[in-house]
Design a protein around this ligand. Structure first.
Ligand code: HEM
Length: 147
């Protein structure tokens, strides 16, 4: 019974978290890239980012806790290591690395104006990469649970 509850929490947290990443990659970034003024672009990005960061953090914690309980029930396997790898990458981004990356990307070289189109293109590319990693972890989870 506890196993089913943990699995439900695990999958639900992943649906919300990776669904959010997919939305940002497929909907928000293309919208931001169509906006003309760079100040509007940054404000739009910050608005979405600020709201989603809190949700993503909570979901990453839930997915991790339920994941550890699932290991206790089912044991470690290759697919689980793939999930742990992707999860560690995400957790380090959300709890520290992201701030450093944003600081670097959004600081214009001295005397020059910041090219926000370029910055958001880089960020969108990065989100595609993160989304691809997430799909890999989902595939690993489904394989482990059902083969
Ligand atoms: C990016 C992060 C993660 C994703 C996308 C992910 C995804 C999934 C999915 C889709 C399942 C299969 C559910 C099913 O169809 O029955 C699953 C199961 C599982 N996950 Fe994760 N997970 C992630 C992180 C973690 C972490 C961090 C751990 C461990 C600390 C973990 C441990 C497990 C375990 C043990 C199972 C059960 C496998 C089995 O039934 O044999 N996962 N996960």
């Amino acid at each position: 019974m506890l196993y089913i509850a943990a699995l439900a929490i695990h999958v639900l947290s992943i649906v919300i978290w990776i669904g959010g990443v997919a939305f940002v990659t497929l909907v928000t970034f293309p919208m931001i890239l169509r906006v003309e003024k760079s100040l509007d672009q940054v404000l739009m990005f910050q608005g979405v980012e600020h709201r989603f960061a809190k949700i993503a953090k909570a979901m990453v914690i839930l997915a991790g806790l339920s994941g550890f309980y699932l290991i206790y029930e089912k044991g470690l396997s290759f697919g689980v290591w793939v999930m742990i790898f992707v999860w560690t990458f995400y957790a380090s981004l959300l709890f520290g690395l992201e701030k450093l990356i944003f600081k670097r990307l959004f600081s214009a070289p001295s005397g020059k104006q910041l090219d926000t189109k370029k910055v958001f293109n880089i960020l969108q590319g990065f989100h595609w990469f993160v989304l691809a990693l997430s799909f890999m972890a989902i595939a690993a989870g489904i394989y482990e649970g059902h083969y």
